[in-house]
Design a protein around this ligand. Structure first.
Ligand SMILES: [Zn+2]
Length: 474
């Protein structure tokens, strides 16, 4: 990757694109042969410069678009936890806000509620012909704000601008990326160029809870297809605006362990040597910790055993205990049931069947070491599987976006596996090669005081705009 980046950066400085630079080397230095190439590359370079200037000129529009959409709470209905915000129907409000914005730049829009109060919107710009088509995809739903008192830097739905950042729930995940794609296309058109291939902007609902049938699945089913797709999710860390040709897969799992209820005063019988033990009672909280230890140990093993070329930092694939409950009645009783819910982030090359088998074998092995769990095996429930995607870094869409990145930012493009899961998985499964790259960091997504940096938004819009030029042609 690094070497390739160097070639294209040098090429940009000289005034050629990455692909043309390679062609020039291949064809040698004959003046006659190079003349048309030089002319083409000079023209292409001029186009890129004009488009980049057009993005800079739209900086205020970009900021406004992010702020205004952040101000509309569009929480995925049914998100677990307390309802801090009564924001059902917010997704349709965002779609309605975007409709005139898309139409104003010349897109034909299609807005519909697959589920009530949950409108998807797709804007299409027909190409002038003979170009490859490109989808930009993003979700308009967000997670709840969480406790408002945790938001010390800005109010969750403020869209406040301070310290070069836009603050608020959804600024990073992912109203920033959504706005950057719109501004990118607007900049190409403002600069006076019409893409040869179709450009399709998709804004979908329900990504945060994998409500695929209402969101991305409905859009795919409605017939929206292209030669490639860019999902504008925040793609840091570890790299700012990383190109993510790959994602993890995600499995949600619940383990339930039974105990035997008795008055809390009997604890000594359960935990001291010589006590009556299970004849009197069993604390399910003590027993569920065995499962916790088992899966912590498996997670450690994964840290060393599981790898993928797009995840070069050790230990990316994890078994995260997200919710642990026990003793549903109260502390005066020995708990008779405990549960742990896990978010398992698995390697892209592993099948869900493989992962389930490994996890269940580990639970089983640890359960067999305990007399109570041997007789009362833990119940394992598999709740959700979100598939990974794995596009080659050599895929044409990756190369086009990398060339755009290097021309826009004048530095090597950086690749890294997407740390989470996103709708690129479903686009890929529908046969549309899709990758993720977008402004913001998953380190601040879903957290209080979420923000996106304005400079990063502008850079993202520049990369998207030049990706349109590279991919669709003008
Ligand atoms: Zn997201």
């Amino acid at each position: 990757m690094k070497d390739k980046g160097k070639i294209s950066r040098r090429a940009f400085v000289k005034g050629a694109t990455a692909s043309l630079a390679v062609t020039t080397t291949a064809f040698g230095n004959s003046d006659k042969k190079n003349k048309p190439l030089k002319q083409i590359s000079k023209k292409k370079n001029q186009i890129k410069k004009k488009v980049l200037t057009a993005v800079d000129n739209l900086r205020d529009d970009l900021i406004q678009l992010v702020c205004e959409t952040v101000k509309i709470p569009s929480v995925t209905p049914g998100y677990p936890g307390p309802k801090y915000d009564s924001a059902d129907g917010g997704e349709t409000k965002v779609a309605k806000y975007l409709k005139p914005v898309l139409e104003e730049i010349g897109l034909k829009t299609d807005m519909w509620e697959q589920e009530k109060g949950r409108a998807n919107i797709v804007g299409t710009l027909k190409g002038s012909g003979n170009g490859k088509s490109l989808i930009f995809n993003g979700h308009i739903d967000v997670v709840p704000s969480g406790s408002p008192e945790m938001w010390t830097a800005a109010k969750p739905w403020s869209g406040k601008i301070a310290d070069g950042k836009i603050w608020g729930r959804g600024s990073c995940d992912m109203k920033g990326g959504n706005a950057a794609a719109i501004i990118a296309l607007k900049a190409v058109l403002n600069a006076g160029y019409r893409p040869q291939g179709d450009v399709i902007l998709e804004y979908v609902v329900g990504e945060e809870l994998m409500h695929t049938a209402a969101g991305i699945g409905a859009v795919i089913e409605r017939g929206y297809r292209a030669d490639a797709a860019i999902v504008a999710e925040p793609s840091a860390p570890p790299y700012r605006l990383a190109i993510a040709p790959t994602s993890t897969g995600m499995l949600l799992m619940r383990v339930t362990v039974k105990g035997k209820a008795v008055h809390s005063s009997m604890r000594s019988e359960l935990v001291r040597a010589g006590g009556a033990g299970a004849k009197v009672g069993v604390n399910s909280i003590d027993k569920v910790m065995i499962i916790y230890q088992a899966l912590n140990q498996l997670e450690d093993q994964w840290g060393q055993a599981k790898s993928h070329p797009m995840y070069t930092r050790p230990g990316h694939f994890t078994i995260h205990p997200g919710v642990i409950t026990g003793g549903p009645v109260g502390a005066f009783l020995i708990s008779d049931e405990s549960k742990i819910e896990y978010y398992i982030s698995h390697a892209p090359q592993d099948t869900p069947e493989q992962v389930k088998e490994e996890v269940e074998a580990q639970i089983d092995m640890f359960a067999k070491t305990d007399p109570w769990l041997r007789e009362n095996p833990p119940k394992v429930e598999w709740l959700v599987w979100w598939p990974p995607y794995d596009v080659s870094a050599e895929a044409p869409i990756c190369k086009a976006v990398a060339a755009a990145y290097e021309a826009a930012l004048e530095e090597d493009a950086k690749y890294y596996g997407f740390a989470a899961v996103d709708d690129a998985a479903f686009l890929n499964r529908a046969g549309i090669p899709a990758i993720s790259i977008g402004p913001g960091s998953l380190a601040v997504a879903h957290a209080p005081n979420e923000y996106v940096e304005i400079a990063e938004l502008v850079d993202a819009a520049k990369i998207y705009a030049l990706s349109i030029i590279e991919w669709c042609g003008v």
